[in-house]
Ligand binder design. Structure first.
Ligand code: GLN
Ligand code: ZN
Length: 763
């Protein structure tokens, strides 16, 4: 017998029911009761579904109205003092106040959950933080499952991970110091779960996937020793997203009842764990990939599990690698997906089918699942050989790539002077990041066109009108380098994916990004090939309207990769290079069409960094190379820009410089001066446009503010290297504030040009 279990089910609902309910609740269209009822219905549906799929141990407590970390903050009563909470029990109002802010308090910070695209609410700690069991929600959910006749495994985020992922809001204090007073509250929670009859608690400690200081590891020993005696419930300590075998001995010795390890991300760690695995402990193997949408090769998994079962017997458990919240819900809802490709995929429901089948096979022998195994093997075989995946033209091109393709013809100083001769831009040139407000009319026109309600010609005209409007406004504002405004783009990855071979799109493949926000990542399944130009017509039209340079606007290879579900049958580095070649061809076509400035956006560049530092170099090498392949075909006097945002960049400046873009525009609203100092100290060699105002708010910055910022920037970076631009694209803004803010930005740049700046030759 091998027990099967699940670590977490997507809570948003196959048709995003939770999203709709949440947003209706926030608009005050539905009551608390209605929201809670929808949530309970979803939980119930997901539990019965998992039971019907034959999963033995089903999680409760994996649901959250907004976020799982915020649920822990509520459960542990760790409400930041600034919310001035009076109540004993944390209700919906306070819960959403922490998530979304109030009239007087900003929301708690949000950041990415490890290397996923899910964002969690960051706990805020100070020396006065106190913990207590402050929300009955988890216990209610356990009881709900029990009422269905399910005896669930309760899910908690472990104390170390909870503290580690939080942030100190006052200096001179370490959040790890809170551990001793946090542990009794965890004991209290375990006690309450035990009295509900819960046998197993899944306690997630994904922090173990990171590079940890010794103090956190000592904290781990301390915590689990404290939680062990007297035993309240059984504990399954869960790790995922990376290898944890560096800590194998420590983990084996912890007084817990079982461990879960991720064998999709880190298959090699199995042997280390099997070696002298303690008697009496469960080992749960995460064998079905929770981070991707590919069907498993079940025969391979099955033979591995059979071998392990011979060693562990009943102590072997079978599970997805991590919570399935990072997968879309159900492939069966995809009615328009190409049949051949559909057969290669598995969403959450299908992944649980796989887990369940593997469990049956291990328990009852191979013959019990022989049909499932052969279907899986057949699907793998067909996929591996499919012409849909393998494009010899692309593969040959990849093979024949040489160093030459990742080098510009001349070094930056030569290019810089040629570009200055060509464009004759003023000192501190002004520009924007690409998109202009996506008004309701633009979105309607695009949607109508997609549905076939708007004809080609009407659509073309509607988009051209938007481009003309954007160009006229930019000329009036007095910007130096213009953009076409991206009206024709729904999403910066989808727009290109739709035009490339090797991509498919789903109708309902939604994955929660944060709160009620979901994304529908495209699926990159095969060799990437660009059959024809993707942006040239639009940009060329924009350029025809103005004597000023219009910047071509492309999404870079790394961002295309990061924001898609990517194929698992070749290294990501190869896929990135294929994307790079497609973009390289687009760059060449733009240049041929007379476009002199081309921006290749890489907002997700930093996101790709592996969780463990020793792996950074390898990633940065191929990521930088992909960007260079995409951008290096051009003449010296063609100017390549890149843009980055959403992250900290201090620690990867050398790699950013290696990308060798002529200009980088970069978001700095998070830590304005720190980032500038970092660029200054590093002596960033090329040109740089630090964002001078935050586009995430409708607030219009004052000219003096911008001026002050630019003056500061001039002190750390040579003014001849500086550009003036907002933090990011403007598509979420309205035209009114956009025009006002850009006018002030241009005014600030002009004022500064007239001041006594160090003498720098600009041609
Ligand atoms: N060019 C894109 C835009 O302006 C860049 C978006 C981004 O950085 N995420 O919208
Ligand atoms: Zn951006």
């Amino acid at each position: 017998m091998a027990l099967t279990h699940n670590l977490g089910f997507p809570r948003i609902g196959a048709r995003r029911e939770l999203k709709q309910a949440l947003e209706a609740y926030w608009r005050a269209d539905i009551s608390d009761e209605k929201l809670n009822a929808t949530a309970a219905e979803l939980r119930q549906r997901h539990w019965t579904l998992q039971r019907d799929l034959g999963i033995d141990l089903i999680p409760a407590g994996d649901f959250a109205l907004y976020d799982q970390m915020l649920n822990m903050t509520a459960l542990l009563g760790a409400v930041p003092a600034r919310f001035n909470a009076q109540q004993d029990e944390i209700g919906l109002e306070l819960y959403f106040a922490m998530a979304r802010g109030t009239a007087t308090q900003p929301a708690m910070e949000m950041t990415k959950w490890f290397d996923t695209n899910y964002h969690y609410i960051v706990p805020e700690f100070d020396a006065d933080t106190r913990f207590r069991v402050a929300s009955p929600q988890l216990f209610k959910e356990v009881a709900e499952a029990q009422a269905l006749g399910i005896s669930p495994k309760a899910v908690l985020i472990g104390p170390l991970t909870y503290l580690y992922l939080g942030k100190e809001s006052t200096p001179g204090f370490s959040r790890l110091d809170l551990l001793p007073q946090l542990l009794p509250v965890y004991r209290d929670i375990l006690g309450q779960l035990a009295s509900l009859g819960v046998e197993w608690v899944q306690i997630d400690e994904p922090l173990l996937a990171l590079d940890l200081g010794e103090e956190w590891l000592r904290g781990l020993d301390q915590a689990y020793t404290a939680l062990a005696e007297p035993r309240l419930t059984k504990l399954l300590l869960t790790t995922y997203f990376e290898a944890v075998d560096k800590h194998a001995n420590r983990l084996k010795e912890l007084p817990v009842d079982g461990l879960h390890i991720d064998l999709c991300r880190a298959p090699d760690q199995l042997e280390t764990f099997l070696d002298h695995y303690p008697v009496g402990k469960v080992l749960s193997l995460g064998i079905v990939d929770g981070r991707n949408i590919w069907r498993s090769d079940l025969a391979r998994s099955f033979s591995m599990l059979s071998r392990v079962q011979a060693i562990l017997g009943e102590r072997l458990w079978i599970a997805p690698s991590c919570s399935l919240q990072h997968c879309p819900v159900d492939l069966e809802l995809e009615t328009r997906l190409d049949g051949e490709i559909k057969n290669w995929l598995a969403f959450a429901v299908q992944k649980l089918h796989e887990v369940s089948a593997l469990g049956r096979g291990v328990t009852h022998g191979e013959s019990a699942i022989s049909e499932i195994l052969s279907a899986s093997t057949e699907a793998s075989r067909v996929r591996a050989q499919s012409e849909r995946i393998h494009n010899p033209v692309v593969q040959e091109r990849l093979r024949s790539l040489t160093r030459k393709e990742n080098e510009r013809a001349s070094p930056f100083p030569v290019r810089q002077s040629r570009q200055r001769q060509r464009f004759k831009l003023p000192l501190l040139p002004t520009t924007t990041i690409g998109s202009f407000p996506q008004t309701a009319e633009i979105r309607q026109a695009r949607a109508a066109f997609k549905k076939g309600e708007l004809g080609n010609l009407q659509y073309l005209q509607a988009m051209r009108d938007e481009i003309a409007l954007a160009i006229r406004k930019q000329e009036e504002i007095g910007l130096d380098v213009l953009v076409h405004g991206e009206a024709e783009r729904n999403d910066m990855v989808e727009y290109f994916g739709e035009q490339l071979w090797g991509y498919v799109f789903t109708e309902n493949g939604w994955v929660q990004s944060y709160g009620s926000r979901c994304v529908k990542p495209p699926i990159l399944y095969g060799d990437i090939y660009r059959p024809e130009p993707m942006t040239v017509d639009w940009i060329q039209y924009a350029q025809s309207l103005t004597p000023r340079p219009v910047k071509g606007m492309l999404t870079g290879p790394v961002t295309m990769l990061m924001w898609s579900f990517v194929r698992d049958d070749q290294p990501r580095a190869d896929t990135a290079l294929q994307l790079a070649l497609a973009i390289r061809d687009e760059v060449a076509d733009l240049e041929r069409a007379g476009i002199g400035i081309i921006q290749i956006d890489e907002p997700a560049f930093r996101e790709g960094l592996p969780l463990k530092k020793p792996d950074w170099d390898e990633y940065l090498q191929w990521a930088v190379r992909a960007f260079r392949v995409a951008s290096s075909s051009v003449r010296d006097d063609t100017q390549i820009h890149t843009h980055m945002c959403y992250s900290e960049f201090h620690d990867i400046l050398p790699a950013i410089a290696e990308m060798d873009a002529d200009v980088i525009t970069i978001e700095t609203s998070r830590s304005r001066m720190e980032l500038l100092n970092a660029f200054g100290q590093f002596k960033y060699p090329n040109e740089i446009g630090p964002g001078v105002y935050d586009i995430h708010s409708p607030r219009i910055p004052r000219t003096e503010e911008i001026l002050e910022l630019l003056e500061k920037a001039c002190k750390v970076i040579d003014p001849s290297q500086l550009w003036v631009n907002p933090d990011c694209g403007l598509k979420t803004r309205g035209w009114v504030e956009t025009e006002a803010a850009l006018q002030r930005m241009v005014e600030a740049a002009r004022l500064l040009r007239t001041l006594n700046l160090p003498k720098i030759s600009v041609n």
